[in-house]
Write a protein that binds this ligand. Structure first.
Ligand SMILES: [Zn+2]
Length: 368
């Protein structure tokens, strides 16, 4: 059994530690102290240069005391803004901020569940396989921590990422991949009144490309959208540059590839037709993943839910998380609900019951 009082107090402590993205240093230091105190080997990677964070990702490993495959338990240390000076308030079993900041239960509900479960296995001498807590930085600003993680520091090939809305017991078995498209059409500047035939209008080229693009709902698992088109010139100048920012998502990697290529083809063909050139292009934000309902890892996590007194429910996600990057690096990773709701708003909240259920689930997973 977990220690509910300690769990709640630790959660309230953690949300009071400022840790907006890139400013995770104090949070990482506190976690290093808390987990060294129970005998974890604590390491950090050197991802700061790529992420811009004050610290690397944090890895806290407990050696095995029993049989079984190593298990990674992941949560991110950073919060969105406004996340400085969080003052948690508990009312009738629900925890919120005072109202001027987020609560930061996204993702400290996941962080604290892992810490409490690890404290419990050590304290009660429960046999467990090798366990590793992986606390990432900069998740909220494009999964940067897990993207630039030193994967050689990981202790195993199976991971749960405690970082989803939905009550404890929710298991995310699939999530889309995403492409970002950031490109600039480069035409030729000319005086629009005196010598327009000497110009190539980047706006006209881009408009032609966009008119040929399949966008929005592509199929059941694929979407695409243009978020911004930028070019601003005086009307007497044939515009030289026009920028487009867009994205494509799909739960199928093949379809994502196809949609990304289609959007690039439209741009390249339009450039060719008008004699313009293209700068920039596609970059992959994250890769899709999907597990069958009868995948052994999905079954094992579902079993752990039942042992923790929870009803497992499988779901698909519409967005990315650290699990996308873990899966792309050959680690089987599922995302679990922690009960956080209204995340990324100052009304964010979580019930004490969900904190307890998530910690109980983490414990059940560790002592499988
Ligand atoms: Zn999160």
């Amino acid at each position: 059994m977990i220690n509910r009082q300690r769990l709640l107090e630790t959660f309230l402590d953690y949300v009071r530690i400022d840790s907006e993205s890139t400013h995770e240093g104090a949070m990482a230091d506190r976690l290093a102290v808390d987990l060294e105190a129970i005998g974890c080997r604590v390491e950090r990677d050197n991802s700061q240069a790529q992420t811009g964070s004050e610290t690397g990702n944090l890895f806290c490993t407990l050696p095995a005391t029993g049989p079984g495959q190593p298990l990674l338990l992941c949560a991110h240390m950073d919060t969105v803004t406004p996340g400085v000076g969080v003052e948690p308030v508990i009312e009738e079993g629900v925890i919120r901020s005072k109202g001027d900041t987020v609560l930061g239960g996204d993702d400290k509900s996941g962080v604290v569940a892992i810490v409490e479960a690890m404290r419990t296995v050590v304290e009660q001498n429960l046999p467990h396989p090798e366990l590793q807590a992986v606390f990432t930085v900069c998740e909220e600003i494009g999964l940067k921590g897990s993207r630039h993680m030193d994967y050689s520091l990981l202790a195993g090939k199976r991971a749960v990422v405690l970082d989803s809305s939905g009550d404890a017991g929710k298991i995310i078995t699939s999530a889309p991949g995403q492409y970002k498209l950031n490109a600039t059409v480069v035409g030729r500047r000319a005086h629009a009144g005196v010598a327009p035939e000497e110009g190539i209008s980047a706006i006209q080229v881009l408009a032609h490309a966009i008119a040929n693009m399949k966008l929005l709902r592509i199929d059941e698992e694929t979407t695409a959208n243009i978020g911004s088109v930028c070019a601003q010139y005086a009307t007497n100048i044939v515009p030289e540059r026009a920028q487009i920012q867009a994205e494509a998502r799909s739960r199928s990697d093949e379809k994502l590839e196809a949609q990304g290529k289609h959007m690039m083809d439209c741009l390249e063909q339009a450039c060719q037709k008008f004699g313009a050139t293209l700068e920039g292009g596609l970059s992959r934000s994250y890769t899709a993943y999907s597990y069958r309902e009868d995948d052994p890892f999905v079954l094992a996590v579902s079993q752990a839910c039942r042992r923790a007194g929870l009803t497992p429910s499988l779901a698909a996600s519409g967005g990315g998380s650290d699990a996308n990057n873990l899966n792309a690096h050959g680690v089987q990773a599922l995302v679990l609900g922690t009960g956080m709701t209204k995340v990324h708003t100052t009304q964010e909240e979580i019930t004490v019951k969900n904190l307890e259920d998530t910690a109980a689930l983490a414990l059940a997973l560790m002592t499988e």
